[in-house]
Write a protein that binds this ligand. Structure first.
Ligand code: SAM
Length: 257
């Protein structure tokens, strides 16, 4: 239809498998619900989502060269589809008026983790977040304590949400083919978010500064009395950061700040 060459710098790997697009659009009942789609691209997933009769669909796309494809779809669904050409990294999500919105996206790989971390601040707005990411990112976000991929992002994300890997997707399903495998994950917001984001984030940066070191070495700049508080709470400072549970991090952040 239009001459368009996918751009690497925008992580443009378009989904071409129609069965898979249909499967994603059927993961939830979107009828009469609001959807936010990040990076609609040429609108392949957008069209499948629109077939599910959502109340509205807001799509945020950075590449304005994709306008002709998206305007075409918009003409078919003028009341429902709204497209904003903007960088999803700088978009102000507090502007979203809906009480609860589904976020659905096949994310550009290079910014997927940054976007997910950004959305944590607005987690209460989301009914759930269903995103395609690089498989390794999915492994990291869903990693359990004392496993290979468990780290700062696993703790941050799982403090805010329950993370579930839904299924893996191989490179053949995209054009152009990415070099990595992908996974669809779902983040379901937790209802009890009783913590201070900045405090826990700062603590995690300190604790995971050197993954292979024991906690007591990473915490060597904090005062003796604070260290004592942690020991008294039952946390073993001889463990490495990947062996400390999410609940223990939460407790430590409340003790220290
Ligand atoms: N949803 C389409 C699909 O499944 O075929 C495209 C997915 S492609 C992996 C990622 C999309 O995100 C591209 O359309 C790309 O232009 C867009 N994108 C890249 N960086 C972005 C950003 N910072 N903000 C919004 N969209 C972005």
């Amino acid at each position: 239809m239009y001459n368009f060459y996918p751009k690497k710098r925008f992580g443009q790997n378009f989904l071409k498998n129609k069965d898979l697009l249909k499967k994603i659009s059927e993961l939830k009942n979107f009828e009469n619900k609001s959807i936010l789609e990040i990076g609609p691209g040429k609108g392949a997933l957008t069209e499948y989502l629109l077939k599910k009769k959502p109340k509205k669909l807001l799509a945020i796309e950075k590449d304005e060269e994709l306008k002709p494809f998206l305007v075409n779809i918009q003409n078919k669904y003028p009341e429902i589809l709204k497209i904003i050409f903007q960088d999803a990294l700088t978009y102000d999500y507090s502007k979203i008026e809906d009480k609860k919105i589904f976020l659905v996206a096949n994310l550009p790989y290079h910014i997927a983790t940054t976007l997910v971390i950004k959305w944590l601040r607005y987690i209460k707005k989301f009914e759930s977040i269903i995103v395609m990411v690089q498989r390794e990112v999915a492994d990291r976000l869903s990693a359990k304590v004392s496993t290979k991929f468990y780290g700062r992002t696993s703790v941050l994300v799982q403090l805010h949400s329950n993370v579930k890997k839904i299924f893996d997707v191989s490179p053949e399903n995209f054009h152009p083919k990415p070099k990595v495998d992908s996974s669809i994950i779902e983040l379901t917001p937790k209802s009890n978010l009783n913590f201070n984001y900045e405090n826990i984030d700062e603590l995690l940066k300190i604790c995971f500064a050197q993954r292979r070191k024991k906690l007591k070495n990473n915490l060597n700049k904090i005062s003796h009395s604070d260290l004592q508080k942690i020991i008294n709470s039952g946390v073993d400072l001889n463990l490495r950061p990947q062996n400390i549970s999410i609940d223990s991090y939460l407790m430590m952040s409340k003790l220290l700040f």
